[in-house]
Write a protein that binds this ligand. Structure first.
Ligand code: FES
Length: 220
């Protein structure tokens, strides 16, 4: 295809006309893609006619499937027709060859295997919003039900190991230095000189309606 003919084709397309069909090579295909993008991006101009674009895409796909691979991607800058939109055309062409990022690998779940499961309470006995304190396997903890889901956290303060108590039915309070924890273990308040970590979560499961807590061997 000559540059003059290609120029006429792009001019007609940008003006909303209906260019005549013709066979294309790789370079022509690049220029035509840019023209299609520009035509669609013009304010108030609307998209090219769908049947024309569909036919053009079919032709491009067929012709390119038969073509030999080209080592370096060729680009045609269409002189007057593209004009000041040249920079935008480059952006469009580059965007077209960027592959989507690969999906991130799924996170792995780690299951502790050194420790033991200990029964705590019947699941049906823990109502929504309730806080159930327990001692099992040498560990103190609190079991709660939030949004229907059961959750257990350690009941030992992460500052110096004092045993926590329920405070105002929605928090856990340390009697030693006044630290406050949320029921999910997050630190809400303290007046200590250094930050303290939140309460560790404890793994739980249900066996025949009984909630069991996993107590790892060693310190939590
Ligand atoms: Fe709990 Fe110090 S031991 S705040």
């Amino acid at each position: 295809m000559t540059m003059r003919r290609l120029h006429r084709f792009v001019e007609k397309l940008l003006n909303g006309g209906r260019p005549r069909p013709f066979p294309v090579d790789d370079a022509d295909a690049d220029a035509l893609r840019v023209a299609i993008e520009l035509r669609a991006a013009r304010p108030g101009s609307g998209a090219p006619r769908e049947e024309f674009i569909a036919g053009l895409h079919r032709r491009l796909a067929r012709d390119q499937a038969d073509a030999a691979p080209v080592p370096v991607r060729r680009r045609i800058l269409v002189g007057g027709a593209v004009g000041a939109a040249g920079a935008a055309a480059g952006v469009i062409a580059d965007r077209m060859v960027v592959a989507p990022p690969a999906a991130a690998p799924a996170a792995k779940s780690l299951t502790p295997d050194v420790g033991a499961w200990h029964p705590v309470v019947n699941a049906a006995d823990v109502a929504e919003g309730a806080v159930h304190g327990f001692s099992a396997g040498g560990v103190d903890g609190f079991l709660t039900r939030d949004g229907g889901r059961l959750r257990a956290v350690s009941g030992t303060c992460t500052h110096q190991g004092c045993r926590l108590g329920v405070h105002e039915r929605t928090k856990l309070r340390c009697p030693c230095h006044g630290a406050l924890f949320a029921l999910d273990g997050a630190v809400l308040y303290h007046r200590l000189k250094a930050p303290i970590p939140g309460l560790p979560r404890l793994a739980i499961r249900q066996v025949n309606g009984v909630v069991e807590v996993f107590v790892p061997r060693g310190p939590i």
